[in-house]
Design a protein around this ligand. Sequence first.
Ligand code: NAG
Ligand code: NAG
Length: 465
Amino acid sequence: MVNNFFALTAGLAATASAFDCSGSYFSMFNRKGLSMSAQRLDPALEPGVQSAHLHNFDGGNGIALDTTFASLDASTCTTARVKADNSLYWRPALYWNGNGTGFYRVTEQIKMYYKYQDGAGAAEVSEFPENFQMIAGDQLKRSDDGKNPAGIRWACHEPQGTANGNTKDPIFTKGGFPTGFTGCNYGLASELTFPSCWNGEKIDPKNPSAHTAYPNGSGKGTEACPEGFRKARFPTIFIEFWYDIKQFNGQYKATDNPWVLSNGDSTGFGMHGDFKNGWKKGVLAKAVSPTGGCRCGCGCGPEELKQCFGADGINDEKDENFAKCSAKPLFAGEDNLVVQKLPGCNPIQAGPGRAEVKTGPDCASSAPAPGNNNNGGAASSSAAAPSAPASSSSKAAAPSTKPTSTKKDGQMSIQTQNAGNKQPAVSAKAQDANGNVVYVTQTVVSYQTVAARRHRRHSHRNRMH
Ligand SMILES: *[C@@H]1O[C@H](CO)[C@@H](O)[C@H](O)[C@H]1NC(C)=O
Ligand SMILES: *[C@@H]1O[C@H](CO)[C@@H](O)[C@H](O)[C@H]1NC(C)=O
């Protein structure tokens, strides 16, 4: 068996002072290979109808035209690593169209981090209420507009990182697709951070970021949230998307940009992600509790995750139910791996101005654009928000808080390692645009098998199976 992801070593961590693989967070890869489903649905922004563009979905298979907490709760399987997590995680699909013969959908594997750290200690956070959903990113963005609260970035990872004057690995671009390569030895990756402060309202599809904000203050729990968004503080979901682009290696020039997202975005700035809660009640609350929470950090292997979620709580590729978990697309053909045209009305719009939402038989009409969902804080509080409570069962009580360190998490460590080398190749640092602490700690070697979720204590052996 060949493991294609490998955890970084404790020894490597020790060589890089900025690197810390521990803290009040846990992380895990979802299932390898195809996402749970790929279809034109958007349970948060376009409930009940076919959505504007195709999304790749991971999580519970209780997805429907009208996806609810109840339908997710009734999922018969999930592609999330934790069995109790029937949440939906979705994002536009990435296509390669580098040789003019069609759009080739790129498979990806996502690594999800649940973080509840404030300064030096655990944040006081609540689990998500039923039916809570949110978005990170701005699908109409096509250039750097100076706002990127979700910290969306792309990278073509190379083994050397940026050490020794290597400029091939840009580590992370400021939002858009990187260029300058014809293959990425450690994978093409993007990442985003979800907001974690909530004003108690439902999502407004016309202004889908209005009910959430990013913590930007000092203090614990809701105290760190902008005013107006202190109804609840949730764990911060940070996701890395690892794209398997090997099959396209060498088929495009370093100056080309052969990538396009399913929303017609050929820049990468319009990357976005959505979350709809489907955690079994109580499980996440326990996993993020300041005492006794799950704290295996970036090195959560099966054993650590079992300690957190129970011996039978973790999905394994050996389980058929996990390996085959899927939901049949409601709209036939749109999930084909090769399409001649992006599903829906998604002409390629390369900016730099904001994209227009196209509709009509020839996709020639412009529809009203949804609100800029790039709001990063209380600035969004003036936006119209529905008055209905997000959930009748919402019990997201504001935790009592105490002021604490105002230390900002500003350092990001990206560590790559040569697959054939027991010694760390390099450690590279980059600033997280969002001020969130972010550890990219596993690298993609190939995508044939799933993550080697090895224990940090053992990872220095750097075994390849
Ligand atoms: C275009 O690229 C795809 C994906 O790698 C490949 O399968 C196909 O054969 C290529 N077509 C041509 C004409 O080069
Ligand atoms: C946090 O963001 C809000 C809204 O943008 C702003 O009003 C506030 O001053 C910010 N607080 C800090 C500590 O930066």
